[in-house]
Design a protein around this ligand. Structure first.
Ligand code: RIB
Ligand code: CA
Length: 308
């Protein structure tokens, strides 16, 4: 039986490849996609999700738009990384199919309510939709089969020295999510920075045919960090979160207590991770079997025939 999942995302270069993995792996069944403002505007993340749905071929999966910005505080984006559109220099056909008329929060709640304990919730963008869903229906903590995020870090940030982007974009939402009473699988930067797209990996992407040359490789190589002297390639952060669901065996994890700083002048958005807590609320992957991860991801991506 494939594992069913809802993917809440902000496509986004790596979100797009996470969607490809969720669709391509026959051991996973994508049942809903919800979008949030994050890397780029909600309008752009939603358009990107609609375009990717038709390009990858999961037209029967609903895509619902959610929050445009954080619960409180300024709207931030990462267009400097993902490009103005959010998909780098990749251009896809305008979507034929519209987004669902159901708002993301209601789709998350209703999907989980209809099949309690059987659908996993994965979030790869700011956690605003998740926090709003928790406020509206706290029982989703019991209904979700598991809850996995790409976000946070137990060492350094990538948006500030202390904060990773998804948490920094909405620290108040993240704080509520970690305190909701469920166990959060926090796939943070310390793990995802092990999934680096170096030259041999780019070559494997090109071996995927037009899917690789037209989409996977361009998305995976669009961003290079001019400030990083020993730059070896992008990390596919969000792909790791979906991979954790499908292939937990590729990860070594530890329990921890995670709290989110929401007021610090220099630390707002920091995930404070206590691996020695006696009241853990999270599972934090720390090590990735990198070679098997890339074998798995390429095999799953390779099952998808692009449309258009
Ligand atoms: O910090 C990496 C995260 O921020 C990823 O989810 C990426 O898509 C961006 O949203
Ligand atoms: Ca993302």
């Amino acid at each position: 039986m494939p594992k069913k999942l809802i993917l809440d995302c902000d496509p986004g270069l790596d979100d797009a490849l996470a969607l490809l993995l969720a669709h391509g792996d026959s051991d996973l069944e994508l049942v809903a996609v919800t979008t949030v403002g994050g890397n780029v505007s909600l309008a752009n993340t939603t358009r990107n999700a609609l375009q990717l749905r038709e390009y990858f071929g999961f037209d029967d999966v609903p895509v619902a738009a959610g929050a445009a910005g954080p619960l409180t505080g300024p709207v931030v984006d990462a267009a400097y990384v993902h490009g103005a559109s959010g998909l780098g220099n990749v251009t896809l056909a305008e979507p034929r199919l519209a987004a669902s008329e159901i708002p993301a929060v209601d789709l998350i709640i209703s999907t989980l309510a209809e099949a309690p304990g059987t659908i996993h919730l994965v979030a790869t963008g700011p956690l605003t939709n998740i926090a709003l869903a928790l406020r509206k229906e706290p029982r989703i903590v019991d209904w979700a089969a598991s809850f996995i995020i790409m976000g946070g870090s137990y060492t350094r940030g990538n948006t500030t020295p202390s904060a990773e982007f998804n948490i920094y974009a909405d620290p108040d939402a993240a704080a509520e999510v970690f305190r909701a009473g469920w166990t959060v699988v926090m796939v943070g930067l310390d793990l995802t920075l092990q999934a680096v797209v170096n030259e041999p990996i780019v070559a494997r992407m090109h071996a995927l045919g037009s899917l690789g040359t037209d989409l996977v490789a361009p998305l995976a190589t669009f961003w290079t960090n001019p400030l990083d002297d020993d730059w070896d390639g992008q990390a596919l952060h969000d792909v790791c979160a979906v991979a954790y669901l499908a292939r937990t065996d590729l990860f070594v994890s530890k329990p921890a207590r995670v709290e989110v700083e929401t007021t610090g002048e220099f630390t707002r958005g920091m995930t404070v991770v206590d691996f020695h807590s006696t009241s853990p609320n999270a599972i934090v992957p720390t090590k990735l079997d990198v070679a098997r991860f890339w074998d798995y991801v390429h095999d799953a991506w390779g099952t998808v025939t692009p449309h258009g």
